[in-house]
Ligand binder design. Structure first.
Ligand code: CAO
Length: 408
């Protein structure tokens, strides 16, 4: 079967996480992704290494299904070869610090001159305003995009979330922009510039918190567990913060991940009150309606916890689901890695790597009926130098010379 992006060529100058997450998804959608690295390689090949001398999991989990070439962009021959690669690519993706590609001698004007059909996508920390020149990492984007201020408990410090919303979250936004540009090129015949800022992407994901910021002007946020409100949205612990109240309640035997997140929809209260052994609360006017429960959500979840703490989270999951009550046990990373259902669904995937052996990765969350994904091992550094440069007309002799001179 073919692939959605078959025939699309991506020149991938990305590194660390945000950029590689973009090109890995494009590769899974069927694009031919050529990762261009400095001769020393993407820094993440060496970061957080678990096996000495072998590409780290940081790298292997973000660079599947790509080919790898090395090229020193600061050498004259490197710039010439790069220009050739740009001519034969549909998409260029990069996430260097601000201005790095311009300093290499390839501002957008030059790139579009080389290839008017090129889609040139960049991820930066920030948009073109006052923060434009700043570098950014995951948690910086969380700090400046509305996530840290709203994560945690009211009496504690702002917290980082484990979900990589600044890096991979931005990456997914960039994929959307790139695919739209590819589609527009069908009618315009022209490529275009796609720019995504990590701060913008995180703020987009924190959209509901900006909603609540405006609601504050009209009084307290009643569905928040907080007792007092100032003029900023407070951190609200594990509250859902949405129209249906939710909380993480403890389960047996009380370990760090023995919790289940429970949402109490209006229809859920009757079966829930029966499950927790308090059937009378279904009819009690003090408890029967969502409005009656709203001022005492903490008490409500305490009642639920008095029941849940007597059972393990899997039993609680079954019992709640039997009553159609939305809930989710807190799954540890070990439980996720071992989850048979996730393996069968192809989202937790075992991949064979030539140097490290088998490793686990997260497969593609995008499932297309006519474009199946097969996750393939990431490339070793420069693994495809020979085939890619030969296709550009570089002879075997010159290739050896380029290697000796540090151009590749
Ligand atoms: N050949 C020669 N030089 C190369 C090269 C190549 N193939 N690829 C990169 N380089 C050079 C760049 O030209 C740049 O040199 P100059 O600064 O002299 O122009 C240099 O490598 C460093 O690039 P950088 O600024 O991207 O790297 P850094 O380690 O200093 O910063 C990061 C890393 C992530 C902070 C920065 O890239 C950034 O802000 N990126 C945008 C935001 C982003 O994606 N962050 C995600 C981080 S993951 O948590």
């Amino acid at each position: 079967m073919g692939k959605a992006l078959e025939g699309v060529r991506v020149l991938d100058m990305t590194h660390v996480q945000s950029g590689p997450s973009v090109t890995q998804l494009l590769a899974w959608l069927g694009a031919d992704v050529v990762k261009l690295e400095a001769p020393g390689g993407d820094i993440t090949r060496r970061q957080l290494r678990d096996v000495p001398g072998v590409d780290s999991l940081y790298f292997t989990m973000l660079n599947c299904n790509k080919r790898s070439i090395t090229l020193n962009m600061k050498s004259q021959r490197g710039k010439e070869l790069f220009a050739e690669l740009v001519r034969s690519s549909d998409i260029l993706v990069e996430n260097f610090g601000p201005g790095a590609v311009d300093r290499m001698g390839f501002p957008w004007e030059r790139l579009r001159e080389l290839n008017p059909r090129l889609i040139y996508a960049s991820i930066k920390g920030f948009g073109p305003g006052r923060y434009a020149k700043f570098k950014a990492y995951e948690v910086i984007a969380q700090a400046m995009g509305g996530s840290m201020t709203t994560t945690g408990f009211a009496d504690g410090p702002p917290l980082a979330t484990g979900a990589q919303i600044g890096d991979s979250g931005t990456g997914i936004h960039a994929v959307a922009g790139i695919l739209a540009a590819l589609y527009q090129r069908e009618s315009s015949g022209r490529g275009q510039r796609v720019q995504v800022a990590m701060q913008h992407a995180v703020l987009n994901l924190c959209r509901v918190k900006l909603r609540d910021q405006q609601r504050l002007a009209h009084g307290p946020l009643k569905e928040y567990p907080n007792r007092t409100f100032g003029d900023e949205v407070p951190r609200s612990g594990n509250a859902s913060g949405g129209g249906q109240p939710g909380w993480a309640v403890r389960c047996a035997p009380g370990g760090p991940n023995d919790y289940i997140y429970v949402i109490v929809q209006p229809v859920g209260w009757k079966p829930l009150s029966g499950l927790i052994g308090r059937p009378e609360l279904a009819e009690d006017p003090e408890w029967a309606t969502p409005e009656a429960r709203l001022p005492k959500l903490d008490k409500m979840f305490q009642l639920i916890e008095e029941w849940s703490i007597r059972h393990d989270k899997w039993t609680v999951l079954d019992r709640l689901n039997a009553e159609n009550i939305p809930c989710g046990p807190i799954l540890s990373t070990r439980e996720l890695a071992e989850d048979e259902s996730l393996r069968e669904e192809g989202i937790v995937v075992a991949v064979e790597h030539p140097e490290r052996g088998q490793f686990l990765t997260v497969g593609s969350p995008l499932q297309l009926s006519d474009s199946p994904v097969d996750v393939r091992t990431p490339p070793l550094l420069g693994e495809h130098n020979q085939e890619i440069y030969a296709a550009l007309g570089v002879s075997a002799g010159e290739l050896a010379e380029l290697k000796t001179n540090g151009v590749i």
